[in-house]
Design a protein around this ligand. Structure first.
Ligand code: ZN
Length: 374
């Protein structure tokens, strides 16, 4: 991972590069800061810079054998430790058991959240742990002389998830590491770390991503017009994961919008054949997608009713939705708004209870035919 691939954070990058140039790299450092700011990618890029064989002024070369291996997260002197599943009595767990899942996840999204990682491990709503057996594994790895690089580096993600005994066992090593050994700890929640660990590490405080750099990154990676990109940046509040979330749900909303518009047109035209096709097409998309659509549709009904009442100042619609609603809102009035809204909510509950999707959507269409002409 190169520094240039990380969004913004120029001051931190310079600060890290400076430690290498002046040959005063602290042997234990703790990266902290809000979610989605880029702490983990910064630690990896730093490790790559430290061991690059052809360092440039502002970045690693990206081409030497060391850089190539680190870019794959597969350098024999770069070790990772991260939360995993709780060990069972028969099977002790260590990060090494999950290293290929880890590489895949980090290469896919180095800004990954703890929740995102636990999902990859199928932990559902539970949190992972850095288990007791991990300390022996780390001590074993770091006591070897480095294979090929100047430094052996351990990047530990979420040290606050360390088992108490792991933390206690590692304390001495963090305080007096073997020669040419670096600890880079990356924490989302440093308040949960043992004070003895905190006091032995140099802090790197990574701030939220500034708006200008976030805007440039988003426009570069996604095909958004300037206004939309600015809206996403504003909503993301310096968290790249938030920005990605808003971009993804924006695409989903567009999909829902198109389905909603055709449903309303056909119901108003009493186009029963069209509605039947509509229900057949929508039914197989899966329960969660259907619920998401019905939730969206209920919201659109509420917003259109507000517009009908000329309460425009409390209407929350995108430009495309507004254009449609400026004509459609006349059909959603005091005589039917509540009942249509309830129909969508009822369909939502029925889908949740696992009733037959196509039947529910057809029933909904029939009710809409009646209610839109009230
Ligand atoms: Zn290099």
């Amino acid at each position: 991972m190169l520094f240039k691939d990380i969004i913004g954070q120029h001051a931190i990058k310079n600060q890290l590069i400076q430690t290498v140039r002046e040959n005063r790299i602290p042997h234990a450092q703790l990266f902290t800061g809000p979610e989605g700011s880029g702490k983990l990618p910064l630690a990896i890029a730093y490790a790559q810079y430290i061991n690059c064989e052809n360092k440039q002024d502002e970045d690693a070369c990206g081409e030497c054998p060391s850089c190539r291996k680190i870019q794959q997260l597969a350098h024999p002197d770069l070790h990772f430790s991260f939360p995993v599943k709780k060990a069972s009595q028969t099977k002790p767990e260590t990060s090494d058991n999950y290293i290929s899942t880890w590489r895949g996840a980090v290469l896919e999204n180095p800004y990954m959240s703890p929740r995102g990682w636990y999902k990859k491990l199928d932990l559902e709503n539970k949190q992972g742990i850095i288990p007791a057996s991990e300390s022996n594994s780390i001590i074993h790895k770091l006591n070897f002389k480095s294979y090929e690089a100047d430094y052996k580096i351990l990047i530990m993600w979420l040290p606050e998830r360390m088992h108490q005994s792991t933390a206690n066992k590692l304390l001495k090593m963090i305080e007096e590491p073997p020669p040419a050994t670096l600890f880079l700890l990356v924490s989302e929640n440093p308040d949960l770390l043992l004070p003895t660990i905190l006091s032995r590490t140099q802090k790197i405080r990574v701030p939220s991503i500034d708006e200008e750099n976030m805007l440039a990154a988003i426009q570069n990676q996604h095909n958004l017009d300037e206004d939309k990109a600015r809206e996403v940046v504003h909503l993301s509040r310096g968290n790249y994961l938030n920005a990605l979330h808003f971009i993804e749900t924006d695409e989903e909303s567009k999909y829902h919008f198109d389905r909603f518009v055709s449903l309303m047109r056909m119901a108003y035209m009493k186009d029963v054949v069209g509605l039947l096709n509509w229900a057949e097409e929508l039914a197989p998309v899966g329960r969660e997608n259907l619920k998401s659509f019905l939730f969206y549709a209920a919201r659109m009904i509420r917003e259109n009713f507000m517009m009908n009442l000329q309460l425009d100042q409390i209407v929350y619609l995108t430009q495309e939705e507004k254009n449609f609603s400026s004509r459609f809102s006349q059909f959603i009035h005091t005589g039917n708004a509540r009942r249509i809204y309830n129909e969508f909510n009822r369909a939502y509950r029925d889908i949740q209870m696992n009733a037959h999707a196509k039947t529910i959507l057809m029933d909904l269409s029939v009710q809409l035919i009646k209610l839109l002409r009230v």
